[in-house]
Design a protein. Structure first.
Length: 494
């Protein structure tokens, strides 16, 4: 198994092409060997001059090591575990080698030449054999949107018998001007995707790897759903979670990113239909996430709010939109997840100073009372309550409606009746793996009226998104207004 990475010195550059060795942390003047759990990895430089430098990563795979320790009773114990293409074709094993042998470069670090780590280089990557059942078109679809010029040449089943046709392997050549770290992350994620399988145990850590190494390019990739499914080898629970997290990163709905996936066998990129259509015209408008935030913003304007809480703010999509309105003098985002808050804070810092100074993010659990949250004009629970266990929902009600007691509370949640309109979603299944419940319109109304009566709020309801004549809209929204506010307003008018 072989991959070569070549760097050509740009015209007028002061540094030689052999500085590629600094980025890879591998000296071009000698060969290095690294033991792997499945064989041995070698790094050598077949070419190293000031004008052009090529680094080669060569893997010697030991099939016996891959199955050592497995009993005859396991599904992996078969002749196919010993006689296969793993020693020759690029796969997840090569990705593992890239992460262990070129780990520093993969993460974009270079202590000796930090400026070079951030420089786009003229690169050429060659892989003699890559599994790609969709043929050259699949390789083009996944690599070309990332800035690569792709040359994928089908390999014959047997050169001696051309009449047998081509195999499902291609010779892959990629050329482009990218940072080395970007190039390596593309290989790390997409080689297992083209192969369609992984040769090690998958758990939830694979989701973190996918999002970490796909940061900056996966959310915008036109084949992101297909890439996600193939990277996670179609493990439904993992795929749903990964697509939901991608949706949050891209400010979209899990539905919009194909989180309601079904079984895909050997489908190729661009062939699946992932977005359910609820509008009779079939025309696709703004995403449901955009419509939700717009509906919440209108409700806040109607309530005359100037100081707003976004409870369960996640990565801050609503915060960013609210910050653009100068009438909102204070906007506070609260979430229990430090990871989400760090992302939200980073996004807020990118805002113009006049917007950023009015936004604060802080950690807090919505099921515990917090005296500092009292006195705000309005609070928002945007797609939050369905993530709370039934046993903790009353605690959230008390913390928000009882203790914080803002003038208005805006709550959105999925309408479970609409789920029948999502292709691939089994009966009784939820839209998101982390949902604890999804209510019908009647169930949501019963809950809202009970909460309003208990804590002194009037409530009105509004559908969000295109309405279906039979099952309503995909999202339902309740707007709670504290009754003493209404009474004070009436007295003032009198």
């Amino acid at each position: 198994m072989l991959v070569t990475i070549s760097c050509t010195r740009p015209v007028g550059a002061a540094w030689p092409a052999t500085d590629l060795g600094y980025l890879l942390h591998k000296n071009p003047s000698r060969r290095q060997t690294f033991e792997q759990s499945y064989g041995v990895a070698h790094v050598l430089y077949p070419e190293a001059s000031d004008e052009r430098c090529t680094a080669a990563l060569l893997l010697e795979i030991d099939p016996v090591r891959l199955v050592r320790g497995k009993s005859k009773g396991t599904p992996d114990f078969s002749l196919g575990q010993y006689v296969n293409d793993r020693p020759y074709a690029a796969s997840s094993l090569l990705s593992v080698a890239i992460s262990t042998v070129f780990g520093t470069a993969l993460h974009g670090r270079c202590a000796q030449r930090p400026e070079l780590a951030g420089t786009a280089l003229d690169l050429r990557i060659e892989l003699p054999a890559v599994p790609c059942k969709g043929g050259p078109e699949s390789a083009e679809r996944v690599f070309a949107p990332l800035g690569w010029t792709v040359a994928a040449t089908p390999l014959p089943l047997d050169p001696a018998f051309p009449e047998w046709g081509d195999s499902h392997y291609v010779r892959l050549e990629l050329t482009g001007t990218l940072r080395l770290a970007e190039a390596l992350t593309h290989l790390y994620v997409l080689l297992p995707v083209l192969d369609g399988s992984k040769h090690y145990w998958l758990d939830t850590a694979e989701i973190d790897k996918l999002l970490r190494f796909g940061e900056g390019w996966l959310t915008a990739h036109p084949e992101r759903e297909w890439i996600t499914r193939r990277y996670l080898t179609r493990r439904h629970t993992l795929v749903r979670t990964a697509l939901a997290r991608l949706a949050e990163l891209d400010d979209q709905d899990p539905e919009e990113l194909g989180a309601l996936e079904h079984d895909f066998d050997d489908e190729e990129p661009g062939t699946e239909t992932t977005v359910p259509q609820a509008v009779e015209s079939g025309e696709r408008g703004p995403s449901l996430a955009v419509l939700r935030r717009a509906a919440v913003y209108r409700a806040l304007l109607a309530a005359g709010a100037s100081r707003v809480l976004d409870l369960g703010c996640g990565q801050g999509a609503l915060l960013l939109e609210l910050a653009a309105d100068r009438a909102l003098t204070e906007i506070v985002g609260v979430d229990v997840s430090m990871r989400e808050l760090k992302i939200a804070a980073r996004r807020v810092r990118r805002l113009p100073e006049w917007q950023a100074r009015r936004v604060t993010v802080r950690q807090g659990a919505l099921t515990y009372t917090d005296a500092s949250l009292r006195g705000y004009d309005a609070a928002v629970l945007l797609e939050v309550i369905e993530h709370v266990d039934d046993t903790r929902l009353k605690a959230l009600e008390q913390a928000v409606f009882g203790a914080a007691a803002p003038g208005a509370v805006v709550v959105t949640t999925p309408n479970s009746e609409f789920n029948v309109r999502y292709d691939g979603l089994d009966a009784g299944a939820f839209r998101h793996s982390d949902h604890r419940f999804e209510w019908t319109r009647a169930e949501f109304a019963d809950w809202a009226h009970r909460v309003g009566a208990t804590h002194g709020y009037a409530v009105r309801f509004e559908p969000v998104g295109p309405e279906d004549a039979e099952v309503g809209a995909s999202t339902q929204m309740a707007v709670f207004t504290r009754k003493n506010n209404d009474d004070d307003a009436a007295k003032g008018a009198a």
